[in-house]
Write a protein of this length. Structure first.
Length: 259
């Protein structure tokens, strides 16, 4: 019996196939249309010939963990413990799936703000949870009246995507303050912040959860080098989370990527 009887092949795969068939511009996924930095290619070429191709620690390559911690401190002034609050994933999608399946139990409700990345809902369904889909406003801002109205005693997680895919909209200070108020009122709710486009912003600065002290103890942040460095096929992402949540995440993560 299927766990996902109503879920067809990803619309990304369908549209990519059609774009190839009709020689059309493919707008189905976030394909960067600018080249990879030459320095990254040079580093990769050098590493191909070094002895770095065996299993890494389950958390990820220690030198990469250190670089991410340094980057997070530089951009957001957040100090991340690389042994207990950070893990490398096989792309952000694997990270998101891992988080949901580590933290969501049978019957838990997960709020998803639409339009949304199509991997959120299937991950919730596989975990036995119930997706609660709420439309964003016409300007793609979050509607906190609707969000509060749909919260129940079973609500376990809210997923936000900032900067937003596919609209590019960035949350503002007032919206984060409203979110903080909601989560203070409903202390059982965790937050999954999908920030894979964090370094791709042009008109307004991206506000990361890394900069929100009130939210840090209940938030998991997912990000991806694929978007930031224009290497989506490399599938390298990471998660940042408080130690108590990361302990549960790693229990699932280890059996997805360890060997």
């Amino acid at each position: 019996m299927s766990k996902l009887p109503q879920i067809p092949t990803s619309i990304f795969a369908v549209m990519s196939q059609m774009a190839n068939e009709y020689k059309a511009i493919n707008l189905s996924q976030g394909f960067p249309n600018f080249p990879v930095d030459e320095r990254l290619l040079q580093i990769s070429e050098r590493l191909v010939y070094e002895n770095v191709h065996q299993y890494t620690p389950m958390n990820g390559l220690p030198t990469l963990l250190e670089k991410i911690a340094t980057l997070t401190a530089k951009n957001y002034t957040r100090k991340v413990n690389i042994s207990s609050e950070l893990v490398i994933t096989a792309g952000a999608t694997q990270g998101i799936y891992t988080v949901i399946n580590a933290l969501i139990n049978q019957g838990d409700e997960v709020i998803i703000l639409d339009p949304s990345y199509d991997s959120y809902e299937p991950s919730v369904l596989v975990a036995g949870g119930k997706p609660v889909r709420i439309s964003l406003n016409e300007d793609y801002s979050p509607n906190f009246n609707l969000i509060e109205a749909r919260i129940t005693s079973k609500t376990k997680l809210i997923i936000i995507n900032n900067p937003h895919n596919p609209t590019g909209r960035i949350w503002n200070e007032n919206e984060f303050e409203a979110l903080e108020t909601v989560l203070e009122k409903h202390s059982q709710i965790l937050l999954l912040s999908d920030e894979v486009y964090e370094y791709i912003s042009f008109t307004h600065p991206h506000i990361s959860i890394n900069t929100r002290p009130k939210l840090l103890n209940k938030t998991i942040i997912a990000s991806s080098f694929g978007k930031s460095l224009h290497v989506t096929g490399w599938k390298v992402g990471y998660l940042i989370a408080p130690e108590n949540l990361m302990n549960e995440i790693k229990k699932v993560h280890q059996f997805l990527v360890l060997v």
